[in-house]
Design a protein. Structure first.
Length: 304
């Protein structure tokens, strides 16, 4: 029997179970075409495998399945973590940078149909308008603001922004520009009918959510420590505790230590989306870590 036949006989169990690479499979197949003895051995192994599994192959199958599972987990972990980082970066790059008032920031004019036309400076890439009514005077009040973003300044072109406010000619209209920097709103259209200076303040809605996540994390960590001897409970507590941790991480990545926002709905949605991605990344990373620690323990036991 040649050395090549000895090599083929060693590979045949894996070849029969289709557990070799394409190159190795082609190498064995070419040898079997020219070697009757090895081909007979291969056919015998196939017949035996159909009746009784080879005890030596079963562990190999299990190892292959475990390696494939770890590989998929690693790919998923990398992909989901990359998505979380991209989402956080997107949130930062598209965060509004509000403009303070200046005379050339916008222009207000009356349209021929009675409407009010507002055109913004080309540097403005976005705006919003909130409408409210003064029940005492019957005045319609509009508060507008304007912003740009880092993304818009370097990678996007929204064109010149403008807006139209319909008017019936009978209702008094006031238009204020909200500076969103702690300064008072500026009247840009209409007559001022009150001496009160109005300042548009940011919302602090993000702070209660952050504190809730922080205290939930502390409580769950304490419960996890107290119930560490109850595996059935700790399995679920380990999964639940990751979500407040993911929310805190997402907030810090997208907003830093700032908890006020003039665009709270947008910021909260970005934080939640990033937190969900971080959560799944943490779950997968935890599974990979536990698998690695289990493999290390088995290796240490084998050495003993």
């Amino acid at each position: 029997m040649s050395n090549q036949c000895n090599l083929i006989r060693d590979i045949l169990p894996l070849y029969v179970e289709d557990m070799v690479s394409m190159e190795t499979r082609e190498f064995v197949r070419e040898h079997l075409e020219h070697c009757d003895a090895c081909r007979a051995e291969s056919e015998h192994m196939r017949k035996s495998a159909d009746v009784i599994p080879d005890a030596g192959i079963v562990p190999l199958k299990r190892i292959k399945k475990e390696l494939m599972r770890k590989r998929l987990q690693t790919i998923f972990f990398t992909a989901i973590l990359a998505c979380a980082i991209v989402t956080a970066a997107f949130g930062i790059l598209t965060s509004p940078e509000f403009f303070s008032w200046s005379d050339n920031l916008l222009n207000v004019m009356d349209g021929s149909d009675g409407s009010i036309i507002i055109t913004f400076d080309p540097k403005v890439t976005g705006y919003s308008c909130m409408e409210e009514s003064d029940n005492e005077t019957g005045t319609e009040i509009y508060r507008i603001n304007a912003w740009t973003t880092t993304w818009d300044k370097y990678w996007s072109d929204h064109g010149k922004q403008n807006m139209v406010i319909p008017a019936d000619g009978e209702t008094d209209i006031q238009i204020f520009y909200a500076q969103n920097n702690g300064s008072e709103d500026v009247l840009v259209y209409g007559l001022k009918n009150t001496e009160e200076n109005i300042v548009t303040l940011p919302r602090v809605i993000l702070l209660p959510y952050f504190l809730s996540a922080f205290f939930a994390l502390m409580i769950l960590a304490i419960l996890r420590l107290l119930l560490r001897d109850k595996p059935d409970i700790t399995v679920w507590s380990d999964r639940i505790i990751l979500f407040p941790a993911a929310y805190i991480a997402a907030h810090l990545c997208t907003k830093g230590i700032r908890f006020t926002s003039y665009s709270s709905q947008r910021d909260f949605c970005i934080i939640i989306l990033t937190a969900m991605l971080f959560y799944f990344a943490m779950l997968t990373g935890r599974a990979l870590y536990k698998a690695k620690m289990g493999a290390s323990r088995k290796k240490d036991e084998c050495k003993r």
